[in-house]
Design a protein. Structure first.
Length: 208
């Protein structure tokens, strides 16, 4: 039997684990942006998280007795995008990615992103390490996000999911999310091979 999994708000010491989980759980996206330089991806994610912390970003981690096995990033205010600081962008590109990879990285950052609306808590990322899947970590992370949203008087909890991720869509529907729309970003589809994404949401005002 696997070790019990608990969920807690992330602390400053969790940033490296969160970054590593994001790279593991979103391999297609990071491979397209960084090519074979995936070892640099975690460092870049840590840098991005530092820019976005304190700007409405809440992070939760799932852990067993050994390590952090899952993460969720929750946004409740307009994002602070790293492109707002070209000095930081240059530092990341020069020392952590390599100048030859700058075009890919800039392309990924320039793609459309989602800003949470007033009263909305938006799940920007959720992932569980492969060895811990099937043990309820994803469900517990989503429940923690919903609890936070209710405690902070949010009216809606939402996320985007790839149209080809049937397992995740099933989980979200089971927890009360409904599909509200589908969209395809032409640039992301043509250059990065990304499928259509589906916006799913759960209204919180009148639900238990």
């Amino acid at each position: 039997m696997g070790q019990a999994i608990t969920v807690r708000p992330a602390g400053a010491g969790d940033s490296r684990a969160i970054a590593a989980l994001m790279v593991e759980c979103y391999p297609r996206e990071f491979a397209l942006l960084f090519g074979t330089r995936l070892e640099a991806a975690s460092a870049v994610v840590e840098e991005v998280l530092r820019f976005e912390s304190g700007a409405g970003l809440q992070a939760f981690v799932a852990q067993d007795s050994a390590s952090v096995v899952g993460m969720l990033l929750l946004q409740s205010a307009p994002r602070t995008r790293i492109t707002e600081s070209w000095a930081a962008m240059w530092r990341i590109a020069r020392y952590k990615v390599g100048l030859c990879h700058v075009p890919r990285l800039l392309l990924g950052i320039a793609l459309p992103s989602y800003d949470a609306r007033p009263g909305e808590a938006y799940i920007g990322a959720i992932g569980v390490t492969s060895g811990a899947r099937g043990r309820g970590a994803g469900t517990r992370l989503l429940q923690a996000a919903e609890t936070w949203a209710r405690d902070n008087h949010m009216r809606r909890l939402s996320l985007h999911v790839s149209s080809d991720n049937a397992g995740a869509r099933t989980l979200y529907r089971r927890l009360g999310f409904t599909e509200r729309g589908e969209q395809t970003h032409l640039l992301a589809s043509l250059l990065l091979g990304q499928p259509a994404i589906i916006y799913m949401a759960k209204d919180l005002k009148d639900s238990p």
